[in-house]
Design a protein around this ligand. Structure first.
Ligand code: PMP
Length: 345
């Protein structure tokens, strides 16, 4: 890896971050808080929340097999995606490289930040060629984006392939593991210490069933996390989200149970989809959704809408012509979908 300073935008490296009242005072003994221009009424919502979410991170660290200092928490992992551009990429000068098809926000945030986005097509069977990815980089490439399991294709990339990218690229490699809980492959967040250039993204929105609280995670070296903390909004995760996260993590059996249930349903849905006459291909998946090629995606999509069932039409996405992305739901929801598809003409 290149030296970290040479990868970071000079203005960010030099940035003097905003120092908020709750940063400056961390003692336990005070009981009169007249430092932050808060109202004295409406406890506890009158107080600004912990800017660094230390309680959540302390509980989360052993669950994710990382240290608290290796965690950034944000308003969804989408916040972390945007911050990565703001930390590393000089607008109009630097570029990033990503696979295609993949999660759309990497490109949207590149466009917002005026950073060139280079995409490298996956193969027809959704595999990633590390040599092609590296060939698309140049001396201004700051970040490589890899989503594994990949959205919308659903597949994991083999660990050796990701290892090769991490070892041969000298900039930052982001592996978005939003869906890794649904996979049997060992996630990269557990080997953070082996890769100083690695940032792993996780979220409360998928296996932990809490998209509404908007809580995303980035795991990386302490030095990289310190940069996230410098650039983020001071109170980027609200009190209600922090409290809800702690409550969720206090009940791991329920979280684990949801995951088991979704994976079990996936085993039920995949073969049933494969048997439908309109289905041409069910792509292998390691996520809580499956990409399916059908005879006419636009027509099937509209037909399902007419039945009150919404799936994601990916027909217009590169390499995904006539593909629908279908999320795994409850047994009842899945059966309703399968039943409707059986009657499609
Ligand atoms: N990464 C991937 C691969 C996703 O599919 C999504 C959401 N669909 C996100 C990140 C964003 O997740 P969050 O809800 O944490 O912003």
């Amino acid at each position: 890896m290149k030296n970290l300073q040479s990868l970071v935008r000079p203005n960010i490296w030099a940035l003097e971050p905003y120092s908020c009242a709750r940063d400056e005072f961390k003692g336990m003994e005070a009981h009169v808080f007249l430092d932050a221009n808060e109202s004295p009424y409406n406890e506890p919502l009158n107080r600004y929340p912990d800017p660094l979410q230390e309680k959540v991170k302390k509980i989360l660290a052993p669950v994710k097999h990382v240290r608290p200092s290796q965690i950034f928490l944000g308003n969804g992992s989408d916040e972390a995606i945007d911050l990565i551009y703001r930390i590393f990429c000089n607008p109009k000068q630097d570029n990033v490289v990503a696979i295609a098809p993949t999660y759309g926000m990497y490109k949207v945030c590149a466009d917002v930040n005026d950073v060139e986005y280079r995409s490298v097509s996956l193969s027809e069977d959704w595999q990633l060629n590390p040599k092609a990815l590296l060939a698309a980089t140049d001396s201004n490439t700051k970040v490589i984006w890899i989503c594994s399991p990949n959205n919308p294709t659903g597949n994991d990339f083999p660990r050796e392939v990701l290892h090769e990218v991490l070892m041969s690229f000298e900039g930052i490699v982001v592996i978005d593991e939003a869906y890794s809980d649904f996979s049997t492959q060992q996630p990269f967040r557990t080997v953070l210490d082996n890769y100083p250039n690695l940032i792993v993204l996780n979220t409360f929105s998928k296996a932990w069933a809490s998209a509404a609280i908007r809580l995303g995670m980035a795991f990386a070296s302490e030095e990289i996390i310190a940069l996230f903390n410098k650039v983020k909004y001071p109170y980027n995760v609200n009190l209600l989200a922090q409290e809800k996260a702690c409550a969720l993590l206090a009940d791991r059996p329920t979280l684990d149970g949801w995951l088991v249930q979704v994976n079990r349903e996936r085993e039920h849905v995949l073969p049933a989809l494969a048997e439908l006459p309109i289905v041409q291909e069910v792509f292998p998946t390691d996520a809580n959704f499956v990409l399916v090629r059908v005879t006419d995606a636009n027509r099937v999509y509209q037909y399902l809408i007419g039945k009150g069932i919404v799936v994601r039409n990916r027909h217009r996405v590169q390499l995904c012509n006539d593909c629908l992305r279908i999320t795994i739901g409850t047994r009842q929801e899945n059966n309703e979908l399968l039943g409707a598809l059986r009657f499609f003409k």
